[in-house]
Design a protein around this ligand. Sequence first.
Ligand code: ZN
Length: 399
Amino acid sequence: MTDTMLLQNLRPFGAAATDLLIENGQIARIAPDQRAGEGVPVEDCQGAILLPGLVEAHTHLDKSLWGMGWREHQAGPSLRDKIDTERRLRREWDIDPHRQSTRQALLSLGHGSTAIRSHVDVDTETGLAGIAGVQRTRDELHDQIDIEIVAFPQSGLMSRPGTLDLLDAAMQAGADVVGGLDPCGIDADPKGQLDAIFALAETYGKPIDIHLHEAGELGAFSMEMILERTRAHGMQGQVTVSHAFCLGMPDRDRARALVADLAEARIHIATVATVSRPVPMVQDLRDAGVILCAGSDGIRDTWGPYGNGDMLARAMLLGLRNNLRADPDVEHALWCCSWGGATVMGLKDYGIEEGCKADLVLIEAETVTHAVVSHPPRKLVLKGGRVVARDGAALKAAP
Ligand SMILES: [Zn+2]
């Protein structure tokens, strides 16, 4: 059986060296000096650090240009211009959601991510083609990586008639999460959009993840409407706000009061640690007990030329953006890129204890903080106890 194996000489989260036995895809025993039973494969990890599979908690698998050759960035600075440029280039270039999502998922897997939450565009032009393409990738890679699909109204919901019906159809077709986008800034109809997506979430019994780029007081206003509806619908613990740039507003007291409300309503925050915008501060959220997860956002797409899907590098960016220097603080940045994302995605049996799923990554580094700042190629990645990537690359070839 390939999902049973013995990993020798590894250091869980940088602790003392030990051995780890995997049986039926689960961590069966962590103890030093274990002997392999007959026929059980053994891997010498040479003192590598063991972490749970990393979690890419916010990205857009359907529209990466990865593997399509270098494309000059064409979009202007505004959000609206990025949306319009993407709609145009989607017609001009062959950005196939199935092929591109497969490429990006395997790239992430090579970097040790074993779970991905992907927002996938739903609009009146692309319809459900993106959802169908990423669903196919999810099915084909089901034994390599967990992919969760957010039905995402990228071009607007209330401001683009017909999109709400498509979002409903996407949920019917099996999307996992209801998406939303700047209810004031893009739709100019916060009540309309938020009432619609909370109703969809209730109908299908699914969580919500809203992109909220709105800065300052406008974003705070939308956030208060999201808080109100989270409480009214009893959706505590099932709502994520992505970006939440308003929490980086200069009025720190106002931001912290909002964070306290988020904690009380158990609303999660997803961040990219954007360098060019104000962002929610790691320490504020941590002090208040708000779960923070992280993601790459778009990787080499029409929105921007950056990104490579490495969540250890993302943890480093999170540390840099938040001035985290002490080892326990950098370890927390890694926590956001692993346990934080797993909490937001509701992954079962996640972690590196006996009984957890053997979704694991091994890294050659002295300590966890050293792994974050140096993010060397991942030595080994396992999914459900099976080796799926080695030396920085997925074993399965990308299309
Ligand atoms: Zn995004």
